[in-house]
Design a protein around this ligand. Structure first.
Ligand SMILES: NC(=O)c1ccc[n+]([C@@H]2O[C@H](COP(=O)([O-])OP(=O)(O)OC[C@H]3O[C@@H](n4cnc5c(N)ncnc54)[C@H](O)[C@@H]3O)[C@@H](O)[C@H]2O)c1
Length: 280
């Protein structure tokens, strides 16, 4: 999809981090913006900043765990901007701890936001984009945690592997149906955002995003990685370029990430132990 100017982008998790940076990058391309998020204060600030930069923007409170919220957001987007062309299913959260110790509620929270949020976003917006006839593009945020895994963050790994599989399925179906809909899956390594503070948006039935000493220690490691991570602007620029060039795999960490994918493939073929996420 090379013509972005005057078209409309819908971005979940758009009030912070990668989503907000990508909103700025797409605004700079002349796009109308809808940022959808659950965190009211950040949403208001983000909307004001985007408007101050001169971009046509609408902020929407939208909990991606709820299909009705996404349906309402889609309707509001089309009502306001007369169409929608890029859908960035990007909202995400993380919980850490051992598989059996993480509560059912915390498992459900991560799966509901990271995987169901993307499923809902795709299912709600696919018919709209198809019906418009104009070119469209979905970007689904997975992670390198969707291409390699390890201990103490299983809900996150499970959800992100799901996002990769879903995105691959959509890519194939767009070709079978011969529609002008591009699909990309975003798989970053560490990026400097507030993902390690996902606790701030946890529902009340989830006691904490960390479970047990092991979960707390792993979250500390994750925080250090995130704080030393890439800048969001670099990721946002790559997302825009990948939409323009219709590139499916977006791996902002390049060779570091390719090596992790190679290690995993080699281990599978060699019948070796699974390599651990983050270790080279
Ligand atoms: N930062 C990293 O190192 C990294 C690496 C790989 C993948 N990711 C992924 O990038 C995506 C964006 O995260 P980020 O790193 O910018 O973190 P972030 O915390 O800065 O942004 C995430 C946004 O999602 C929103 N959100 C949370 N729950 C929501 C819900 N139920 N409905 C709607 N919005 C909700 C938050 O309010 C926040 O604005 C996530 O899917 C994350 O898993 C991040």
């Amino acid at each position: 999809m090379d013509e972005l100017s005057g078209r409309t982008a819908f971005i979940t998790g758009g009030a912070s981090g990668i989503g907000l940076a990508t909103a700025h990058a797409l605004g700079a391309q002349g796009m109308n913006l809808v940022i959808a998020d659950i965190e009211d204060g950040a949403l208001g600030t983000a909307e004001a900043d985007l408007a101050a930069a001169g971009y046509p923007v609408m902020g929407m409170r939208c909990d991606v765990r709820k299909v009705a919220d996404l349906e309402a957001a889609a309707k509001a987007t089309v009502d306001r901007f007369a169409g929608v062309h890029i859908v960035f299913n990007n909202a995400g959260v993380v919980a850490t701890g051992r598989v059996e110790d993480i509560s059912t509620e915390a498992w459900e929270w991560v799966m509901d936001v990271n995987l169901w949020g993307v499923i809902h976003g795709c299912r709600v917006f696919l018919p709209i984009l198809k019906s418009q006839g104009a070119p469209g593009h979905f970007v689904n945020t997975a992670s390198m945690a969707g291409l390699s895994s390890g201990p103490l963050m299983s809900p996150y790994f499970v959800s992100k592997f799901g996002v990769v599989a879903l995105s691959e399925g959509m890519w194939h179906e767009a070709r079978i149906d011969n529609v002008r809909i591009g699909v990309s899956v975003l798989c970053p390594g560490f990026v400097r955002t507030r993902i390690h503070e996902a606790d701030r948006n946890r529902p009340e039935e989830v006691a904490s995003a960390t479970t047990g000493d092991a979960g707390q220690q792993f979250m500390a490691l994750l925080s250090a990685g995130v704080e030393a991570g890439r800048e969001v602007g670099e990721v946002a620029a790559l997302v825009v370029e990948s939409i323009r060039t219709n590139r499916f795999w977006i791996l902002p960490h390049g060779s570091e990430s390719y090596a992790a994918v190679q290690r995993r493939a080699n281990a599978i073929i060699d019948g070796a132990a699974p390599p651990q996420f983050g270790n080279s």
